[in-house]
Write a protein that binds this ligand. Structure first.
Ligand code: HGY
Ligand code: MN
Ligand code: MN
Ligand code: MN
Length: 423
């Protein structure tokens, strides 16, 4: 049966949708086909405006805001026994540069909606519940992603990325310090579990960002785990030369060597089962002039696989494959992100499956192709995720869409799971 039926019934899909659309106005962009999207990088004025909006909604229902040293934002619902470890639930508010209106932000607003429904229904929980918005999940402006959750979980030292710069040369450490100063009025909390007790559990609601739930006519994804991801930065250094005079035979052309490298990597990453994911999508060329041979090229690699052995074997072969393929340039390869495949805890996976079943929703157990902050909670506490369908499986694109009804179903499942885990 439904745990906390009144709380589930108190979930207000329209209120959740209206809040989503208010957030979508902060960094609104229009996609190629006119679709409304969002460009709201982390640690920028629009991100701060979105955080103030969230805090306002939270304080209006009695939640207490706090921020830690990485800028992770928390809204706390005390619970009957405030000294108990909290159930943590949330996602991220930053978006891709050409992102959608739902990736990340829905999980934060679903957490707010679920907690508000619990409070309005008078559903008491022994454990506190803390809503969290993690800093820089996307890794768009500053690579890698998941900086806030990795620091919170002690997976990386809090100053690991201070020197990372964005496209304008701004250092992550400086952007973070600026944000912390501008949010000095928000109470501080120590970072992560080092000073504080581990969370009791973690649940993240997120859009699927893939085609499975829609294709099978399902309402809810009971997420079983997340595949592994590895990010690399490759820098090739050749020599700039005159496009009209330099003989091809003597050039040290960084673009030509990049083509050789990517061609060789495509062979390394061949997978007839189409499970493996390999993406080169960010390329910087210098001097970037049509009649000066390219001196340097920097390109990113995003490599993913659900099997740790494959992630290791092929990931570890990336650098040597590039070095063998390149003819004239110096090569530098740095690994910037390494997240192992994560399995979610049966306790949380079953709670999500039970809630979907009790609410008569069509659900299936499935892995996540996208990485999430939940990945880094797995070593700390029982963790899991709730998916709702994405139209045409599109995400990281303004055309990303989930309907108010689908999102309300997700929030109702989350409300029941939170009521059960925090009981
Ligand atoms: O790239 C990812 O998987 C995440 O959605 N940022
Ligand atoms: Mn996301
Ligand atoms: Mn994303
Ligand atoms: Mn995430």
């Amino acid at each position: 049966g439904i745990v906390a039926p009144n709380a589930v019934a108190a979930v207000d899909g329209q209120r959740q949708w209206d809040r989503l659309m208010a957030m979508a106005r902060l960094g609104a962009i229009t996609g190629a086909d006119g679709a409304p999207g969002v460009n709201r990088p982390c640690l920028c004025p629009l991100d701060r405006e979105a955080r103030r909006l969230l805090i306002g909604w939270g304080e209006a229902i009695g939640l207490e805001p706090s921020v830690d040293a990485l800028g992770n934002l928390f809204l706390r619902h005390a619970g009957k026994e405030p000294g108990l470890p909290p159930v943590l639930t949330g996602s991220h508010m930053d978006s891709q540069p050409s992102g959608g209106r739902f990736d990340g932000i829905w999980g934060v607003l679903a957490a707010l909606e679920a907690v508000q429904a619990l409070r309005e229904a008078g559903t008491a929980t022994r454990h506190p519940i803390e809503i969290v918005a993690w800093t820089n999940e996307e890794g768009g402006r500053f690579a890698p992603g998941c900086m806030g959750s990795m620091a919170y979980a002690g997976h990386s030292p809090p100053d690991a990325w201070d020197a990372v710069t964005d496209g304008e040369g701004i250092r992550f450490g400086d952007a973070l310090a600026e944000q912390l100063a501008l949010e000095a009025d928000i109470p501080r909390r120590p970072l992560g579990v080092v000073e504080r007790m581990r969370p009791h559990a973690y649940v993240e609601a997120h859009i699927e960002q893939g085609p499975v739930l829609e294709a099978e006519g399902l309402d809810i994804g009971v997420v079983t785990g997340i595949q592994g991801s590895r990010w690399f930065l490759v820098e090739l250094t050749g020599e700039s030369a005159h496009a009209g005079t330099a003989p091809l035979s003597t050039r040290r052309d960084a673009v030509q060597d990049m083509v050789r490298a990517i061609t060789a990597l495509n062979r390394l990453m061949e997978d007839p089962t189409d499970v493996l994911r390999f993406t080169v999508a960010r390329i910087e060329v210098a001097p970037n002039s049509s009649n000066s041979v390219a001196e340097t090229v920097r390109f990113t690699i995003d490599f993913r696989h659900p099997d740790a052995a494959v992630l290791t074997a092929r990931g570890d072969a990336i650098e040597s494959t590039i070095r063998q393929a390149v003819r004239h340039c110096e090569v530098a390869v740095t690994e910037r992100f390494h997240a192992l495949p994560a399995e979610f805890a049966p306790a949380v996976v079953e709670a999500v499956a039970r809630a979907a079943a009790a609410q008569g929703l069509a659900a299936k157990r499935m892995p996540s192709g996208a990485f999430h902050d939940a990945q880094f909670m797995v070593p700390l506490c029982p963790s899991g995720m709730v998916f709702v369908p994405s139209r045409r499986g599109i995400s990281h694109n303004p055309a990303e869409y989930s309907s108010p009804e689908q999102l309300a179903k997700g929030a109702r499942v989350l409300a029941q799971v939170l009521a059960e885990l925090a009981a």
